[in-house]
Every structure is written in C-alpha cells, then in structure tokens.
Design a binder for this molecule. Sequence first.
Ligand code: FE
Ligand code: FE
Ligand code: ZN
Length: 164
Amino acid sequence: MPVETLKNAFVDELKDLLSAEKQITEALPKMAQKATSKGLKKAFEDHLEETQNHIERLEKAFESIDLKATSKKCEAMEGLLKEGKHVIEETDDAETLDAFMIAAAQKVEHYEIASYGTVCAWAECLGYKDAKRLLAETLQEEKDADSRLSDLSYAGINKSAMAA
Ligand code: FE
Ligand code: FE
Ligand code: ZN
C-alpha cells in the first residue's frame, strides 16, 4: 500500500475519532445524571474528564504531523448514542436503567478501542512516534474504562436489576 494512501486513511480515522469523542462528551453528563448507582455515576464523571483529555491528545496527534485538528462526523458513534438513548428512554426502573447504561457505554468503549487500536497500528507503520504514544495512552484509558464498567456490572448492578 502506498504510504500516501495509509496516511490519508490515518488522518481520516483521526477526524472520525475527534468527532466521536466530542459526541461522547455531550452524552456522558446526561448518563451520569441518570445513573442511580454512585459507582456508575462516578465512572461516567471520571470518564468524561478522561474524554476531554482524549480530545486534547487527538489535537496533539494532528499537530505532531503538522496538520490542523479537524473532525468528520462519526456516524457510528451517532448511531450508538442514539440507540442507547432510545433504550434508556423506554426504561423506567432505576436499576434496569443502570444496567442498560453500562451496556450502552461498553458498546461505545468497544468502538473506541477498535478505532484507537487501528490508529496506533497505522501510526506505528507510518513512523509517527509522537502520535503513536499519544494514541496508545488513550487506548489504555478506554480499555480501563471498559473493565471498570464490567466490574460494576458483575459487582451487583445486574443483580439489583434482577431483584427489581
Ligand atoms: Fe475516548
Ligand atoms: Fe466512526
Ligand atoms: Zn471512552
């Protein structure tokens, strides 16, 4: 594959991720507000802060290859958030709502893990060391956010939903 082609793909994926992260910063405060479990509320609030750093790192990744940070609408994230929103609106039991929000949030994390995994691999191929370091840092935080949600789920939110 010609380097130029891979570079274009890399930049395109960064634009997609910037849009995805921006959409997530709008969704997370609403999810934190709706969460009943204190642990879940805290997980959403903490990940909102991290997501703001993810945006900064993406901007730095653009800068590291002498490009201005721009975004291109991530339709997948729009769809994931829309689906999550519908499910949440249709649920009136508080504990079930928490369980559904964990499910929706984990789908978001898995999308991000896939995308950051891809851009890390591409940055490595292209020899973009700074970009690779920045993106790998975010990839790790997305993975940690995902396991934290799994822990919360196994720790009892699903059980409370079953008791309800
Ligand atoms: Fe993120
Ligand atoms: Fe996307
Ligand atoms: Zn995330």
